[in-house]
Write a protein that binds this ligand. Structure first.
Ligand code: ATP
Ligand code: MG
Length: 607
C-alpha cells in the first residue's frame, strides 16, 4: 500500500490528488500513468460493470490490436485528417502503423471480411482497450491522459430502424452503467459536427474543470452543449427597456474615431448594446452551401467533380449579430456546412468590408455574403422581418459609425440563422423558461455514424433480394479512466476517497489495533467468514500504529472498516466510511452484518 500524507503539488483537482495520495496510480511520464494494485482493482470493477451492461444488450466483446496497419486509416481517409493527435509509427519493413486513438477503421475492416448476408445483421461489437492520443495538454491526471482505456462499441445495420433500435439500447445501457458507478450524469444532445450522422448524445458529469459548457433548462430538462444550444429569440429593447421602434430617418454618418468596442459605443451613443449591430468577418473553410447567387460568391474558388460534395475550400462571410451577443463559431460552421470558421485577419477584413475591425457595418457589402443572426433579422413566410430597429452599426469606413440603420430597408442579408452563443438567462427553445449553465466533462458519447466508414471502406452485404447494400453504423464510447477519476471527484471528503460499493477496491477492511493475540484471532476469524461469504475483504496486518492504519483505510476509501481492539472485545467497531457512523457489534455477528451491509449497498446501486 503506497499512501502519501502530503498533497502532491502537481495535482490541482481532488481526484488527481487522491489518486496519488491513496496510491491508486502514479505518473510514469506526461499523460502516462501506471495503476498500482489497489487502484487497478477499482479500475477493473469499472471495466466489468461496463462489460456486464454491454453483454446485457447483446453486444459481443472483441479484442483488437492496439497497433494497427496504417492502410486501413488510409482507406477511410483519416490517415490525412486525424491530425497530430494520432501517433503514427513506421517499422523496419517501412510499413505505416497507427497506435489506435479510436477503432472505427479496425472494426469496419474486420466486419467487412466477416459480413455476407443481411441475416448476420445487426452486428454489435465492442472492446475495452488501450487508446493513445497525443493530447497537446494532458491534464488533471487520468482525466485527460495520452494513453487511456476506452470501451468502444460499433454497430452495423441493414436499416436505419435497426440502427435506431440499437442506439436506444445503448442510451439505456449507458444510464445503467453510470448509475451503477455511482455517477450523476447529464445526458446532452451533442454537436456531432464533423462526425456526420444525426442522432448523438453525450453523457456529461458536472465539473468545475469541465471542458464543455452546458446549457440546461430547470423546467423541461432541455440540455445541450453550448456548441449546439438554441434559444427563443428575445425582444430587443432600447436603453429604457422599451421596444425599439422603426425609424423614418435616413442613415447618418457619425465621426467616432477611437470608439470601437461595444462598451465604448454604449458610452458614446448613450444607447443600449441591444440596439447595435456588430458585424464580424469570418474566413470559412470547405463550405458546402451553394454561393453562386451570393454577393462575391463567384469570386470564391469552387471545387466540384470527383466523389465529394461541391464545396468552397475558402470563402468569406460577414455575420451580423446584436451588439450584446456573441457569435458561436461551432453553430456558425454547422449553418454554413463548413469544416471550420475563423475570424478573418485585418487585411481580409478591410479587403472584403472596406473598413477596419470595429467599423465594419452591414450596409453596402458587395464582396461577400451577409449572414444575419436571428437577433437581427428572420425570414417569415418568405418575407424579411427585422428584430432590431433604428440601430447603430459600423460605418463601413474607418472612424465612422452609421446611425438610424434599419435592417431590411438599408440592407438585406443573404441568409439568416441562429448562430448566437446561448448563455444562462436566455429563454429555453422548448418551454421558454430561463436557462442556467454549468461546466461539464464528457464521460461517454453515443452516435449514429451512418455510412461514413462503410462507404469509404467498401463494406457490403446481400439483402433479402440478393441485392448488394451498404450497412449503416453507430458508435459508442466510454472513457474508463475518466469514469474512475469522476467517481472520486463525486465521492470524497477531506480524509480521502469514499468509493461506492460497486467499485471499491475492497468492500470491507478488517483492522486489528495490533495483529497479535486475541485481536489477531478475532480479526482472522472475521476475515475468513467474509472471504467465504464472497465479500472482498482487506486485512490490515501491518505492524503500524493504529492511527496510521485508520488514516490509510479512510484515505483508501474502503466503505466499511471493522476495527478489532482489545478493549472492545468481544465487540468490534464498525465504521461506515460514507456516513462516519460508528457502531459496536458483537464479533460473532460481524461477518453476517458486514455481508448484509455490502449487499444492501450494492443493491441500491444496481437496482
Ligand atoms: P474530449 O472532448 O474530452 O477530448 P472526445 O470527444 O475526444 O473527448 P471520444 O473520441 O468521443 O472523446 O472518446 C470517448 C471517450 O473517451 C470520451 O467520452 C472520454 O471519456 C474518453 N477520452 C477521450 N479522450 C481522453 C483522454 N485524453 N484521456 C482520458 N479519456 C479520454
Ligand atoms: Mg478529444
Amino acid at each position: 500500500m503506497s499512501t502519501l500524507r502530503e498533497v502532491p503539488a502537481e495535482a490541482v483537482i481532488a481526484s488527481h490528488q487522491l489518486m496519488l495520495r491513496a496510491g491508486v496510480m502514479r505518473k510514469l511520464g506526461n499523460g502516462l500513468f501506471v495503476y498500482l494494485p489497489f487502484g487497478l482493482r477499482a479500475f477493473r470493477k469499472v471495466e466489468n460493470i461496463i462489460r456486464q451492461e454491454m453483454d446485457a444488450i447483446g453486444a459481443l466483446e472483441y479484442k483488437q490490436p492496439v497497433v494497427v496497419p496504417g492502410d486501413i486509416w488510409k482507406e477511410s481517409g483519416r490517415w490525412e485528417t486525424m491530425g497530430d493527435g494520432m501517433l503514427k509509427a513506421r517499422n523496419r519493413l517501412d510499413q505505416d502503423l497507427v497506435v489506435s486513438p479510436t477503432a472505427e477503421e479496425a472494426f469496419t475492416a474486420v466486419i467487412r471480411d466477416e459480413l455476407n448476408s443481411y441475416k448476420q445483421l445487426p452486428i454489435v461489437a465492442y472492446q475495452i482497450n488501450t487508446k493513445f492520443r497525443d493530447e497537446i495538454r494532458p491534464r488533471y491526471g487520468v482525466m485527460r491522459g495520452r494513453e487511456f482505456t476506452m470501451k468502444d462499441a460499433y454497430s452495423f445495420h441493414a436499416t436505419q430502424e435497426s440502427l435506431d433500435e440499437t442506439y436506444d439500447k445503448f442510451a439505456i445501457a449507458y444510464r445503467k452503467v453510470f448509475k451503477r458507478l455511482g455517477l450523476k450524469v447529464i445526458p446532452v444532445r451533442a454537436d456531432s459536427g464533423a462526425m456526420g450522422g444525426n442522432g448523438s448524445e453525450e453523457f456529461m458529469v458536472e465539473s468545475v474543470i469541465g471542458d464543455d459548457t452546458l446549457i440546461l433548462c430547470p423546467k423541461c430538462g432541455y440540455s445541450a452543449n453550448t456548441e449546439k444550444a438554441a434559444c427563443q429569440p428575445d425582444v430587443a429593447t432600447d436603453k429604457n427597456g422599451n421596444p425599439q421602434v422603426e425609424t423614418n430617418l435616413q442613415i447618418e454618418k457619425v465621426a467616432c474615431a477611437g470608439v470601437e468596442t461595444i462598451a465604448q459605443m454604449e458610452e458614446f451613443f448613450k444607447m443600449s448594446a441591444k440596439q447595435f449591430i456588430k458585424v464580424l468577418i469570418y474566413k470559412v473553410y470547405n463550405s458546402e452551401l451553394d454561393l453562386s447567387s451570393a454577393p462575391g460568391g463567384n469570386t470564391f474558388k469552387k471545387v466540384s467533380g470527383g466523389e465529394g460534395v461541391p464545396h468552397y475550400p475558402e470563402s468569406f462571410f460577414a455575420v451580423a449579430i446584436r451588439g450584446d451577443l456573441d457569435v458561436n463559431e461551432a453553430k456558425l460552421a454547422s449553418v454554413l456546412k463548413a469544416s471550420e470558421v475563423e475570424l478573418a485577419c485585418e487585411d481580409d477584413v478591410i479587403a472584403y468590408s472596406g473598413a477596419p475591425h470595429g467599423f465594419v457595418g452591414p450596409v453596402g457589402l458587395t464582396k461577400l455574403p451577409l449572414l444575419a443572426d436571428e437577433s437581427v433579422m428572420v425570414q417569415k413566410d418568405g418575407k424579411w422581418v427585422a428584430n432590431l430597429h433604428d440601430t447603430v452599426t459600423g460605418g463601413g469606413v474607418a472612424d465612422f459609425d452609421n446611425l438610424h440603420v434599419e435592417p431590411g430597408r438599408d440592407f438585406v442579408p443573404f441568409m439568416a440563422a441562429d448562430v448566437r452563443t446561448v448563455v444562462a438567462g436566455d429563454k429555453c427553445c422548448n418551454c421558454g423558461a430561463e436557462y442556467y449553465s454549468t461546466k461539464g466533462n464528457e464521460l461517454g458519447h453515443i452516435f449514429k455514424l451512418g455510412y461514413k466508414y462503410t462507404k469509404s471502406m467498401n463494406v457490403t452485404f446481400l439483402d433479402e433480394n440478393g441485392k448488394q447494400q451498404i450497412p449503416t453504423m453507430g458508435c459508442y464510447g466510454i472513457g474508463v479512466d475518466r469514469a474512475l477519476a469522476s467517481i472520486i471527484e463525486e465521492h470524497h471528503d477531506d480524509n480521502g476517497i469514499i468509493w461506492p460499493m460497486s467499485v471499491a477496491p475492497y468492500q470491507v477492511a478488517v483492522v486489528p489495533v495490533k495483529y497479535a493475540g486475541a485481536m489477531k484471532e478475532a480479526a482472522d476469524k472475521i476475515y475468513d467468514e467474509l472471504t467465504k461469504a464472497g465479500v472482498e475483504v482487506l486485512l490490515d496486518d501491518r505492524d503500524e500504529r493504529p492511527g496510521v492504519k485508520f488514516k490509510d483505510i479512510d484515505l483508501l476509501g474502503i466503505p466499511l472498516r471493522i476495527v478489532v481492539g482489545e478493549k472492545n472485545l468481544p465487540n468490534v467497531e464498525f465504521k461506515n466510511r460514507k456516513t462516519g457512523d460508528m457502531q459496536l457489534v458483537p464479533a460473532e455477528e460481524a461477518g453476517a452484518k458486514a455481508k448484509a451491509f455490502v449487499d444492501a449497498e450494492l443493491a441500491a446501486l444496481n437496482g
